[in-house]
Design a protein around this ligand. Structure first.
Ligand code: UD1
Length: 423
């Protein structure tokens, strides 16, 4: 297993390109299962989760071609299997996104139940309830969701909770259903909107994506298209926090500042000067130490849970005390104990991390436990005294394209080392 070694204390300066959004690419690759024609997807980030999704599609019989610029062409006209095995689903919960498309297009799907996860129990009951309301027969046996349907029927679906992949699964399933589906209390995340735009380009009839009510008029067939994925707002936010923590100045190119309102507002509150146009963001911290902020996570357009760990790390070195309250997941604070090992004065009270910032963190060997937690440990390493070793970085490779290259471009001292070389 690779590790990252970070020598702290170098402010970030310079510019980097932001990659395509993982959380849009995953449902869009699953959406290719809705048509027999070729779908080409561009601006796909080079990430483990994308490789896992391609592996999943490939073993079901998808024909995939990929060029050196990560344009992926998918054709499913020879699909022979409708099966997502436990070995893949346990490494990537988003595999559940094939359930809706398989059922809608092929009338059957066997998908492993995702099971537990480092950030909470994360059930998929709302995905299943929605599909049942659309006429699917679903049995859970042997750890697998076994679903069959003739043609799904349009239905009115009122979601008990806002769920991102739940909304996406049901929206995809509804594109080929008989009649109209209404999803109430739908997720409004930009990645849901990106998926809807791709589906519309494939011939789907969808209105209201980006609001809490989505209307989908089912059609008989979808067709191929060429779609370009939107930029990753969480990757963007992570580099902005990295620059703010180190007192640096950076420019992010090819991003979408309008999708980062809640994050930018909190960074300004922390003392960052931020300017942007439609595709670039400039953050200047001018060697200042950030001020601690109070954050409450909530579904979009609120403050994203996927930025919670990074802000927790920032508060640990900020001036004053701050609170970070996690409202979306039940157990998303695994990074707190690791930050404590680096000298952070942070404690948990229920779903809130309360911190009093210290001037300097100290390096320590730390362990990544999930994707965003690992990002927060890298950020802490950038400002810690000495050399921080972050172990289990396969988590970070799931969501950050070439993180050490991008940080090196910005002047960080970071290298990847195969763990065998460290033992
Ligand atoms: C997606 C994102 C993830 C992000 C999360 C919240 C992808 C691939 N992943 O995950 O990065 O952190 O949204 O913004 O897009 N829930 C249920 N029953 C369900 C479904 C969800 O109780 O059937 C609960 C979950 O346990 C959680 C909450 O709803 O507490 C929100 O989860 P959800 O939006 O579904 O997260 P994901 O779609 O898995």
């Amino acid at each position: 297993m690779d590790k990252l070694i970070i020598q702290g204390g170098f402010p970030l300066h310079g510019e980097i390109n932001i990659s395509g959004a993982k959380n849009a690419a995953l449902p869009i690759l699953a959406a290719t299962l809705l048509t027999d024609e070729t779908v080409t997807v561009s601006n796909v980030p080079h990430l483990h989760d994308i490789t896992t999704t391609m592996g999943l599609l490939g073993r079901m019989g998808s024909e995939l071609t990929i060029d050196e610029r990560m344009n992926i062409e998918v054709n499913n006209h020879n699909l022979r299997d409708y099966f997502a095995p436990y070995e893949l689903v346990k490494t990537m919960r988003a595999s559940i996104l094939v359930l809706g498309p398989l059922l809608a297009h092929y009338g059957r799907a066997d998908v492993s139940l995702p099971g537990g996860c480092a950030i909470g129990s994360r059930p998929v009951n709302l995905h299943l309830d929605g599909l049942k309301s659309m006429g699917a027969e679903i049995h859970v046996e042997g750890g697998y969701i076994r679903a069959t349907a003739n043609r799904l029927r349009g239905a009115k679906l009122t979601m008990d909770l806002v769920t991102v992949t739940g909304t996406e699964n049901l929206m995809m399933a509804a594109t080929l259903a008989d009649g109209m589906t209404i999803i109430e209390n739908a997720a409004r995340e930009p990645e849901v909107v990106d998926l809807a735009r791709c589906l519309i380009q494939m011939g789907a009839k969808i209105e209201g994506a980006g609001t809490d009510t989505i209307f989908i008029h089912g059609v008989d067939k979808l067709h191929g298209t060429h779609y370009t994925i939107l930029p990753d707002r969480i990757e963007s936010g992570t580099y902005l926090v990295a620059a703010a923590m180190t007192g640096g100045s950076i420019k992010l190119k090819n991003t979408r500042p309008q999708l980062l309102d809640a994050v930018i507002a909190k960074l300004r509150e922390a003392g960052a000067e931020i300017s942007h146009d439609d595709t670039n963001i400039v953050l200047e911290m001018n060697n200042r130490r950030p001020e601690a902020v109070n954050v409450h996570t909530s579904p979009f357009p609120g403050f994203p849970t996927d930025m919670q760990a990074q802000f927790t790390a920032m508060n640990c070195i900020a001036k004053g005390s701050g609170t970070i309250t996690e409202n979306v997941f039940e157990n998303r604070f695994m990074h707190v104990q690791e930050l404590q090992r680096m000298g952070a004065r942070v404690r948990l009270e229920g779903n809130t991390a309360i911190s009093r910032g210290v001037k300097q963190l100290n390096s320590a060997p730390v362990m990544a436990t999930d994707l965003r937690a690992s990002a927060s440990l890298v950020l802490a390493g950038l400002v810690a005294k000495g050399s921080t070793v972050v172990d289990r970085i396969y988590h970070i490779d799931r969501g950050y394209e070439t993180i050490e290259e991008k940080l090196t471009l910005l002047g960080a001292k970071i290298k990847r080392v195969p763990s065998a070389l460290l033992n």
